[in-house]
Design a protein around this ligand. Structure first.
Ligand SMILES: [Zn+2]
Length: 178
């Protein structure tokens, strides 16, 4: 893991101190999310990996859509679609999505947060309301799965058992491309 990502992770635990720009990271604020990423190339890779065939929110302006517009628009559209699949519409949902360069980084994040070794390519941390994604491994199904965890987490006052969380997330994952 690069040092700046590690520093960023530590800053995560100090409310109000998260200033990604100070660490060479960039961010996009969308309706439902804040996406933290390392640069334009990583964002373009994210856009290429997550193919979601919904009509663009920018009709008639294809030439003016930036990678940030595309990523933000697509991410919010996936979230709304997963809400429809689950029939769960939390009143207030705001999550952070951290794009990471590899699954090793995702796994290091998990280990730092939970002191446990896993082979995940992505996960959602409910306490931090943050999704961690290995961009090279991300697909529309991966994003939908983690979105489902985030939506379920926001929808219920008391979070359901882990198994229910997982079954519902798998359901969302398998229906996102319907
Ligand atoms: Zn899961």
């Amino acid at each position: 893991m690069s040092l700046r990502i590690f520093v960023l992770l530590l800053l995560f635990f100090i409310p109000g101190r998260l200033v990604p720009e100070a660490h060479g990271l960039e961010l996009i604020t969308t309706r439902y999310t804040t996406i933290i990423y390392e640069g334009k190339r990583q964002l373009q890779e994210y856009n290429e990996k997550v193919v979601f065939n919904k009509p663009s929110a920018f009709p008639g302006k294809p030439g003016m859509v930036t990678a940030a517009d595309e990523a933000g628009d697509m991410t919010d559209a996936v979230l709304e679609q997963v809400e429809m699949i689950l029939d769960m519409f939390p009143t207030r949902i705001k999550i952070t999505i951290m794009l990471l360069p590899s699954r090793a980084d995702v796994q290091k994040m998990y280990q730092t947060l939970y002191q446990k070794q896993v082979d995940f390519i992505a996960f959602y941390a409910p306490k931090e309301k943050t999704m961690f994604l290995s961009v090279p491994d991300t697909t529309i199904r991966v994003l939908a799965h983690e979105m489902a965890h985030a939506i379920i987490d926001h929808y219920f006052k008391v979070s359901p058992p882990e198994k229910i969380h997982e079954v519902l997330s798998q359901y969302a994952e398998s229906h996102i491309t319907d």
